[in-house]
Design a protein around this ligand. Structure first.
Ligand code: ADP
Ligand code: G6P
Length: 468
């Protein structure tokens, strides 16, 4: 973080920051709206506040009013989306077409033209609102796969603003991307931006290849593509977490007390293994649980000494693929507990709910081994949060090599989650790892995480945008 505040800000009241994301950073409370928790929101809100900017997005409720909401000193501009549009734009095109395709096509995507039409309509609504509310010369930063047409629609209406787009999820290789019936439209939509940001260098490379092949864009320099008199910078900007906040919360006395309570309540096992994920089929939760179950079956682990805690956040519950995934995971847990639990002591403790960060951090600290095993993940912040929370310098991270986090956390036990045997072996290696190996690995990972805060990430993207 050093030096960050010494440079001139890339955004200012003269060039305010206007954000657009599918979700507004708010949740409903008994007293009205409050800002949502999370490092991304904590990192971006002060930048928006200081530059007197605003945020455009969906409230999370169907047919909400589009009247401006003022929360914590910033103007929020809700986009009204009908229930039918949510079915087609959000559950359909964003989460049943793009999400699986962009994650290695790990599930079959649905390709329905009525979903595409709704995606176009909602993207246009976002762009129209941005065009109306953005002050002259503003920096407009658009987020994620829900809004890939917004750069082009906005550029059509406003040539004075700088447009950035950042993809929080992977951008797939051309061989997968070209399955999309509307592939050229998406590429042209994105090419309306001045800066396109990806989590990993390979995502940026995948985009450049697709832009060349599908839209005829030419690569004029290493990170610049050109089409129709417009040049776009394409780069990678790996996202991070609020490291200081995690370390602070993790070092507190309250957290230490909670950690010992958790251990006691789990029956004082020798080793606590932990998984924390949205219940998403990309996260490899089932494979991880099956690996743990197999190790218990084979006697390589023992349910009296080794306990797994799996926290799963409810997500996209109206999408069929998510309902199937939940049924499968809960069945696996039931089977494993049926074979290995003792009265009062399950082998797998499972919570299907969102937890406040004050509950999550003690769990991270109590976790001797963190299992992060997605089949594909843009970054995976849970891996970084676990490392930041381990202020004791101990703990082992088993990490899928198919996550963005694996680029930076090379001292984790990297594993191919498709390889059942490798997954089992990595878990055993983590359980048996001597502290003389654990501690230097954790130290190296803590250094890597501390080197790049979420504030640095926002700053580097906005610097690129300011220079565009
Ligand atoms: P994704 O964005 O795909 O959900 P990430 O790992 O990048 O995956 O980010 C997940 C975020 O959600 C992390 O900040 C994590 O702390 C939070 N999270 C995950 N599960 C829970 C839960 N059950 N309760 C509260 N927060 C959670
Ligand atoms: C991923 C996406 C985000 C999304 C989040 C939760 O992290 O990159 O854009 O907000 O998942 O998914 P949801 O569908 O509930 O917004």
């Amino acid at each position: 973080m050093s030096g960050i505040n010494e440079q001139p800000p890339p955004v200012s009241p003269e060039r305010p920051l206007v954000l657009a994301a599918n979700r507004l950073p708010i949740r409903r409370t008994e007293d009205g709206w409050a800002t949502s928790p999370g490092g991304l929101v904590r990192a971006l809100l002060p930048i928006v506040q200081e530059s007197k900017g605003s945020w455009v997005g969906w409230t999370g409720e169907a047919d909400s009013s589009s009247e401006m909401i003022h929360v914590d000193g910033i103007d929020l501009h809700p986009i009204s989306i009908s229930d039918r549009e949510l079915e087609r734009y959000y559950e359909g095109f964003a989460n049943d077409t793009l999400w699986p395709l962009y994650h290695d096509a790990i599930r079959d995507s649905g390709y329905r033209s009525e979903d595409w039409d709704a995606y176009v309509d909602v993207n246009r609504r976002f762009a129209d609102r941005l065009a109306e509310i953005s002050p002259p010369g503003a920096n407009v930063w658009i987020h994620d796969y829900h809004l890939q047409l917004v750069p082009m629609f906005l550029r059509e209406r406003r040539q004075d603003v700088r447009i950035g787009w950042f993809n929080h999820i992977p951008f797939p290789p051309l061989e997968l991307f070209q399955r999309l019936p509307w592939r050229a439209e998406i590429i042209r939509g994105l090419l309306g931006a001045d800066v396109l940001g990806f989590q990993r260098a390979r995502g940026a490379r995948n985009f450049v290849a697709a832009a060349h092949q599908l839209a005829g864009a030419t690569e004029v320099a290493d990170d610049l593509v050109h089409l129709d008199d417009h040049t776009v910078q394409v780069g990678h900007f790996p996202i991070s977490i609020d490291v200081d906040e995690f370390e602070l919360l993790a070092s507190g006395r309250a957290t230490r007390q909670r950690v010992s309570q958790i251990r006691t309540r789990l029956g004082d096992p020798e080793v606590i293994l932990l998984g924390v994920d949205r219940l998403d089929y990309t996260k490899g939760i089932g494979s991880r649980l099956r690996a743990f179950g197999q190790l218990l079956d084979d006697g390589r682990l023992d349910a009296e000494r080794h306990v797994l805690v799996q926290i799963a956040t409810p997500t996209r519950e109206r999408v069929e693929l998510y309902q199937e995934e939940r049924r499968e995971i809960e069945q696996i847990i039931g089977e494993i507990n049926g074979r290995h639990a003792r009265l009062g002591f399950p082998a797998i403790h499972y919570l299907y709910r969102m937890l406040p960060v004050e509950d999550l951090i003690p769990l991270y600290r109590a976790g001797d081994i963190m299992l992060v095993t997605p089949f594909r993940d843009g970054m995976n912040l849970v891996a970084k949060e676990y490392v930041a929370a381990h202020v004791d310098g101990d703990g082992v991270l088993v990490l899928s090599e198919f996550t963005g986090a694996a680029d930076e956390l090379s001292d984790a036990l990297l594993v191919n989650p498709h390889d059942e045997q490798a997954l089992q072996d990595a878990i055993v290696q983590a359980v048996e790892m001597h502290r003389h190996e654990r501690r230097p690995r954790m130290e190296a990972m803590r250094t890597a995480v501390a080197d790049a805060n979420v504030g640095d990430w926002a700053r580097s993207f906005l610097d690129a945008l300011a220079g565009a």
